[in-house]
Design a protein around this ligand. Structure first.
Ligand code: NAI
Length: 256
C-alpha cells in the first residue's frame, strides 16, 4: 500500500485558528477533507472560520480555547475528541507578539510570563492533553509553530526569542520521547509573514526589511506556511520527526 498524501477523514486541532497562519491552516486542512477543530480565544472568531468551511461543504467545528489555561485545555481537548471520535493531528500555532526592552521593569516580567505561558507551556500542555487520542491514531502528527526568532534574535524581543527557541527544543524532546510510538513532532519557523501580527508595521518598513534580509525579497503569505504544515501532517510524512524547518523566504540562508 503506498503512503497516503491525504488527510481526508483525519481529525485536526489548530490553536490560534481565528486569524493569520492558524486560520489559513484550518482552511487548508478543511478543504483537504480533514475534520477541523478551529480553536482560539473567542468562540465568535472560531465560528467565523468554521462556519465558512461548513458553508463550502467541509467538516469544521469552533471551540473557544485559551492555551494558557490548563483546565480549559483538558476539557476542550476532551470535547473535541468526543465530537469527532479521536484526534490525529495537533497544530500548536497560537502566539502573541511580545517586544519588550530589558529595562521595562514589571512590564517586562508580565510579558515574559505571558509569552512563555502562551507560546511554550501551552504547546506542551496541548500535546500532553492530546496524547491519549494521538496514541490511538495510525498517523499521529504534531506541528509546533516557532519562528525565525527561535533561530536568531531581533533586539528588544527576548521574551519572544526565549519562547520560540524553547519551542525548537520542545519539538526535539517530544520527537525523541514519542518516536517509539510512531508519533512525529516537527517545528516550523516562519519568517516575515503578512498576518494580524505584522499588520501594524508600515508597508514601507516591511518592503525594506524583506528586500534587505530575505532571499525572495518579499513577505510571505499565511497560506505558504499552511502548505508546509500540511506536508508535515500527511500520513506519508512518516519518517520526518524532530525537524526544525524555516519557511522564511530564505531569511536564515542570507548573509548579505
Ligand atoms: P495572528 O495574530 O494573525 O494569529 C495569532 C492567533 O493566536 C490569534 O487569532 C490570537 O487570538 C491567537 N491567540 C493569542 N493568544 C492565544 C491564547 N492564549 N490561546 C489561544 N489563542 C491565542 O498571528 P500569526 O502571525 O498568524 O501567528 C501565528 C503563529 O506564527 C504565532 O505563534 C506567531 O508567533 C508565529 N509567527 C508569526 C510570524 C509573522 O511574521 N506573522 C513570524 C514567525 C512566527
Amino acid at each position: 500500500m503506498p503512503l497516503s498524501r491525504s488527510i481526508a477523514g483525519r481529525v485536526a486541532i489548530v490553536t490560534g485558528a481565528a486569524s493569520g497562519m492558524g486560520k489559513a491552516t484550518a482552511e487548508l486542512f478543511g478543504r483537504e477533507g480533514a475534520h477541523v477543530a478551529v480553536t482560539d480565544l473567542t468562540l465568535e472568531g472560531c465560528e467565523a472560520v468554521a462556519s465558512a468551511l461548513r458553508a463550502e461543504g467541509h467538516s469544521a467545528a469552533a471551540f473557544a480555547l485559551d492555551v494558557a489555561d490548563h483546565d480549559a485545555i483538558r476539557s476542550t481537548v476532551q470535547q473535541i475528541a468526543e465530537r469527532f471520535g479521536g484526534i490525529d493531528i495537533l497544530v500548536n500555532n497560537a502566539g502573541i507578539s511580545s517586544f519588550s526592552p530589558l529595562d521595562a521593569g514589571d512590564e517586562y516580567d508580565l510579558i515574559w510570563d505571558r509569552s512563555l505561558a502562551v507560546m511554550l507551556t501551552g504547546q506542551q500542555r496541548m500535546v500532553r492533553a492530546c496524547l491519549p487520542w494521538l496514541r490511538k491514531s495510525d498517523a499521529a502528527r504534531i506541528v509546533n509553530i516557532a519562528s525565525t526568532e527561535g533561530l536568531g534574535a531581533t533586539p528588544g524581543d527576548t521574551p519572544y526569542v526565549a519562547a520560540k527557541t524553547g519551542v525548537t527544543g520542545l519539538t526535539r524532546g517530544l520527537a525523541v520521547d514519542l518516536g517509539k510510538e510512531g508519533i512525529t513532532v516537527n517545528c516550523i519557523c516562519p519568517g516575515p509573514i503578512r498576518t494580524a501580527m505584522t499588520d501594524a508595521l508600515p508597508e514601507a518598513d516591511k518592503e525594506t526589511f524583506a528586500r534587505r534580509r530575505t532571499a525572495l525579497r518579499r513577505y510571505g503569505e499565511a497560506e505558504e506556511v499552511a502548505h508546509m504544515t500540511l506536508s508535515l501532517v500527511l500520513p506519508a510524512a512518516s519518517f520526518i520527526t524532530g525537524a526544525v524547518i524555516p519557511v522564511d523566504g530564505g531569511l536564515m540562508a542570507r548573509n548579505a
